[in-house]
Design a binder for this molecule. Sequence first.
Ligand code: NAG
Ligand code: NAG
Ligand code: NAG
Length: 337
Amino acid sequence: MGCLLFLLLWALLQAWGSAEVPQRLFPLRCLQISSFANSSWTRTDGLAWLGELQTHSWRNGSDTIRSLKPWSQGTFSDREWKTLQQLFRVYRDSFTRDVKEFAKMLRLAYPMEVQVSAGCEVDPGNASNNFFHIAFQGRHILSFQGSSWELAQEAPDVANSVIRVLNQHQGTKETVHWLLNDICPQYVSGLLESGKAELEKQVKPKAWLSHGPSPGPGHLLLVCHVSGFYPKPVWVMWMRGEQEQPGTQQGDVLPNADETWYLQATLEVPAGEAADLSCRVKHSSLEGQDIVLYWGGSRASVGLIVLAILACLLFLLALVIGVTFWFKRLPSYQGIL
Ligand SMILES: *[C@@H]1O[C@H](CO)[C@@H](O)[C@H](O)[C@H]1NC(C)=O
Ligand SMILES: *[C@@H]1O[C@H](CO)[C@@H](O)[C@H](O)[C@H]1NC(C)=O
Ligand SMILES: *[C@@H]1O[C@H](CO)[C@@H](O)[C@H](O)[C@H]1NC(C)=O
């Protein structure tokens, strides 16, 4: 009986343990930004990321999508890639034309901004999911769901008319469905293969401490900087011994120019209570060897400097006293002689 319980517990722990291992997914996210200043001036630019890494850019002036990585074509052949680019060129032209027509039909006012966010991800079991969202003037208005266009919640009234027209275009819907459900997962699977080494790279963070701007009299703002790490997930906390400091404030994880990340964690404390605080950093690249920086460490070195200066002063004082004594005694000897 006890053995059975033990087995059950063991099985539960195993399940718990495996559930805890975070599974890293690398979604492909394509972003399209279309600006319509007036009926004659428009531009459309595109960007794509796989996970945290930017793989493509497409400037308005260019007929070709620029690959930013040597592996950006995935496992697609040159011919497949060429066909795909041709499809996107046609899409770009018809998108621009359609938006202008909608503007005329619905008497929309310029300037207009349309953003499209689309992509998919593939999990290790080859199951995939996808998304295609459109925003107008910064507001999400519609999405492609299953095999047709659907209104976003809180979409403005104009979106109703747009949806009605879009859902009449059977050919477009079939193409979008094919791109999202067949081409995108195929392409992402290829990218995961061709870009594997770079996607799974591990770059260790560097960390350092500094004073932030004074939050008020008698208080210190301690800043722990963590920079240069990849991938993005990181854990940074101010600690007192083993105790996490709940007052720790984390900033946003910001991009460095070299595809690594930066984060700072701050803690406000009364000046007298900073001594035994430390900043602790956990990151996958560190393989369990957390970085720990002691605020007290820098205080100790300040203390040492003060001590050194004091020692110097004492030495000088001794010297001055000694010399004075010597000079004072000198005349008395002379008096005797
Ligand atoms: C359209 O917008 C562009 C860019 O803002 C501007 O240079 C141009 O003069 C505008 N054209 C018209 C016809 O308003
Ligand atoms: C963007 O590209 C289109 C054609 O590809 C062109 O007609 C348009 O003038 C370009 N817009 C700008 C602002 O350069
Ligand atoms: C997923 O699909 C790829 C090819 O598209 C194949 O090589 C791989 O074996 C599949 N993986 C699983 C778990 O089915």
